[in-house]
Design a protein around this ligand. Sequence first.
Ligand code: PMP
Length: 430
Amino acid sequence: MIQNSQDLFKRAQRVIPGGVNSPVRAFRAVGGNPIFMASAKGPYLYDEDNNQYLDFINSWGPMILGHACENVEKAVQDALGNSFSFGAPTRREVEMAELIISMVPSVEKVRMVNSGTEATMSAVRVARGYTGKDKIIKFEGCYHGHGDSFLISAGSGAITLGVPDSPGVTKGVAQDTITVPYNNLEAVKIALEANKGQVAAIILEPVVGNMGLVPPVRGFLPGLRDLCDQEGIVLIFDEVMTGFRLAKGGAQELYNVMPDLTTLGKIIGGGLPVGAYGGRKEIMDCVAPAGPVYQAGTLSGNPIAMAAGYAMLTYLNEHPEVYPYLDNLTSKMVEGMRENLTQLNLDYTINQVGSMFSIFFTSDPVTDFDSAKQSDLALFGQYFNSMLRQGIYLAPSQFETLFVSIALTDKLADQYIAANLAALHEIHQL
Ligand code: PMP
């Protein structure tokens, strides 16, 4: 029974474009209507009809400690007593910046913003201001939020809806964004040669979550670092998904490649709307009021959001055992899924890095956007709906990663593997 969700969606469509406040929530890629959530605790979501779901979206990443975890909840409650926003500096902002800098190896100074989109837009502006150059290189299928410069071969909801080049983005903006295939250093070299002396920044997800989960091939990240050093280009790692998730210090720690700037989001707000960008002092000192590159925000560093994020990051900083726990549990699920495929004589691709993973409905390796697009999207839709009927809430698109939280137990991982087997049976009518 999802009657209340159905009723709410009808009302929502009358007053909100498409009935949702962010496109991928609309379930358009998988058929059916979105489920409206009412509450969540630990590994579970509860919808408006009181159905329970085991959650593998985890608010698209930030709920790494599970829903409504006590330390974050308490920090928010404590902060509420001091009012909700001052528009003046606070102690927590200093402590938050110090903590981020101590955890993320390449970050020497950091500025808080309100979303991942703001973080990437601002980082690119700073890179342009710092280098005095206009163009950026991004990778096909990577998503960096909905800033104009990035909606060129964008990933995530933009792929799902089939509008990689959004109307409303001007030709002028588009011509300053060069897109190349992910994991292809040769293509980057060719693009740099063709745009000699004009490229301010190369921006990428060091591990991609937005075309499904796609890891960098060996040598790709260090190769980009070398090219940026040779050409005086700012290397930006968009760690909005991977930051504080793949390791305390994100993908840059895991792969030991240091970007010049890093964009962060999601986990640093503990579920509240927060983003940040940071990096080398010399570059960050270009930002106003220290320097001439303008960037501001009335609610930036909001005290409630800072309280939530600080509690979240403090927990992760003090509990490094979180990472092997998440990695092992995710590996267990991936191994279980692979055994299911073998048992059923099926051959699909599963990618995993740490606590992020995706099953692609193609038998070929998935290393970039073109190979991700080989997936059978209709089959993914059937799979998604079968899992949903079994109470497992997956991202409603082939081109998204799944996220694991520490609220997931060994027993729940077994439940997931069993549901995966049943779903594969069902969609192949085995
Ligand atoms: N960068 C990456 C890598 C993302 O995954 C996202 C959002 N999923 C963003 C930027 C944009 O963040 P937000 O939705 O908070 O604006």
